[in-house]
Design a protein around this ligand. Structure first.
Ligand code: BGC
Length: 269
């Protein structure tokens, strides 16, 4: 496969999906492959399934592979698990996937991947300024991109509004959980996004997650300073963003290694 291709894998509550991505366009180069998320979704079972998805596309040793996870990830390690089993906390996800897949991977938060995807190829295409992406699903995921730099692991879905975590009433799942009509839910959305504006002053807000398909029903009703627009990559954002971010990380590491070598050479002379 060409050097313009990276593989993205998205770990979700119901499915683990992956596909190769053309990094020049952000398009999938093959149909995505989906395996239902194993139940119980233990780290081992999930990592084994991710490895199966990766194997399907037979990536070359050099190909970048990015994998998303719905929690905070630092140095490949899962730090939070708001909507998945607590036993995930402390798991070295990068390591166990590498063990099962025999291939190195970059792991990152699911909303960070979606935000990066929208920045590279979607609703915020290479825009400067401060861009806030929110995914409204079971929880609320957020990604903050400032002048092209993804600020990893923002968790603004857990900011408190009237002493309650925002995702309790503004995530998509809250509509069913609290039996909210569309208008009632919009009141919660308005409060949430107003709070985000007060704290972050983004230049653009993007709304992703399954609900972005129905954005016409609620986005025009929100009153905000910044433009608020639906995500464009829809359910591919995670895969595309994971692939692009993995490529970016490898590129950055390779550049840093080259610079260090050059410096060392200079010192020797
Ligand atoms: C988690 C985030 C995640 C989001 C969407 C939240 O509950 O804390 O890390 O990005 O759900 O899956």
């Amino acid at each position: 496969m060409s050097k313009h291709i990276a593989l993205g894998v998205d770990i979700g509550g119901s499915g683990i999906k992956g596909a190769p991505v053309d990094l020049r366009t952000g398009e999938l180069t093959e149909d995505r492959y989906r395996i239902p998320t194993p139940q119980p979704s233990t780290p081992d079972a999930v990592a084994r399934t991710v490895a199966e998805v990766i194997a399907r596309f037979e990536p070359s040793r050099k190909m970048s592979v990015g994998v998303t996870f719905p929690g905070v990830i630092q140095d490949g390690i899962v730090k939070t698990a708001a909507n998945v089993d607590d036993q995930w906390i402390g798991t070295n996800l990068r390591q166990i996937i590498r063990d099962y897949a025999g291939h190195d991977v970059v792991v990152l938060n699911d909303a960070d991947a979606a935000g990066y995807g929208e920045f590279k190829y979607g609703a915020a295409h290479e825009r400067d300024g401060s861009i806030l992406l929110t995914t409204l699903g079971t929880g609320i995921g957020t990604a903050l991109i400032v002048d092209g730099t993804l600020v990893l692991n923002t968790e603004f879905g857990h900011s408190e509004i009237d002493g309650v975590e925002a995702e309790e009433y503004a995530a998509e799942s809250s509509r069913e959980r609290h039996n909210l009509s569309m208008d009632e839910w919009i009141v919660h959305l308005q409060r949430y996004y107003s709070e985000m504006e007060k704290l972050l002053w983004p230049d653009l807000i993007i709304v992703g997650g399954g609900v972005s398909k129905h954005s016409k029903e609620f986005l025009p009703k929100l009153r905000l300073r910044a433009p608020i627009v639906p995500a464009e990559l829809l359910n591919q954002a995670g895969i595309v963003g994971a692939a692009a971010h993995a490529h970016h990380v490898h590129q950055r590491n390779a550049d840093a290694a080259k610079a260090a070598e050059k410096k060392a050479k200079k010192h020797r002379h």
